[in-house]
Design a protein around this ligand. Structure first.
Ligand code: AMP
Length: 208
């Protein structure tokens, strides 16, 4: 049973690696960012609450995201394990998670701050969830579905600074939290997608 959480700054490559991990290890990929964005798109009450925080680069309140994750992890497809991407983001969320699930691997994807800014500024998305980059993975339309590419509102410069501040203040302390719990694994995120995934596979295959 694998209970994986992915740590790392915005733009570290969590979403990209999460897709590869979920497919290789047949785990449900649970991205709180994706769940919130789909609620915004569908005009739900949760979506309109979340939007005000996301647009400012702030975190959605702990109790809101904890309830989403608790509910999702109770679904039958999470019985054999799960992969969380973008959760937990605060120590409170990590403590809540520990009360209803077991984390076996907290994988921290380490990337320099300068690199993160470059990656986020150039990131382009498709509504299907694929992500691109204007210089490292350029495309006119989505390779997977032909959809139009766009920039996430919260990837615009004015919001990115706030998201990075929030990351260093509130999320980076989770590295120590999971180190103390004995489940922290660091990988070097300053490499190609395949090389980063290679390190992650070593972590996951070596600890069954
Ligand atoms: P992401 O796609 O993971 O970068 O998330 C985008 C935005 O959604 C974040 O900047 C937060 O505003 C919100 N969000 C996603 N996950 C969480 C979380 N675990 N706790 C609080 N806010 C979150």
């Amino acid at each position: 049973m694998k209970g994986i959480v992915l740590l790392g700054a915005p733009g570290a490559g969590k979403g990209t690696q999460a897709k590869l991990i979920a497919s290789r290890y047949a785990l449900p990929h649970i991205s709180t960012g994706d769940i919130l964005r789909s609620n915004i798109k569908n005009g739900t009450e949760l979506g309109s609450l979340a939007k005000s925080f996301i647009d400012e680069g702030k975190l959605v309140p702990d109790e809101v995201v904890v309830a989403i994750v608790k509910d999702r992890l109770a679904q039958p497809d999470c019985k054999e394990g799960f992969l969380l991407d973008g959760f937990p983001r605060t120590t409170e969320q990590a403590k809540a998670l520990a009360s209803f699930a077991t984390v076996t691997h907290a994988i921290d994807i380490e990337v320099d701050a300068d690199e993160v800014v470059k990656r986020i500024a150039g990131r382009r998305m498709c509504a299907c969830g694929e992500s691109y980059h204007i210089s490292t993975h350029p495309s006119a339309v989505c390779d997977k579905c032909g959809g139009a590419l766009y920039q996430r509102d919260d990837d615009k410069e004015e919001t990115v600074a706030n998201r990075l501040r929030v990351y260093f203040d509130q999320t980076a302390p989770l590295i120590d939290y999971y180190r103390s719990a004995g489940v922290l694994f660091k990988v070097n995120g300053m490499q190609s997608v395949d090389e980063v995934f290679g390190e992650i596979k070593e972590v996951l295959d070596g600890n069954d």
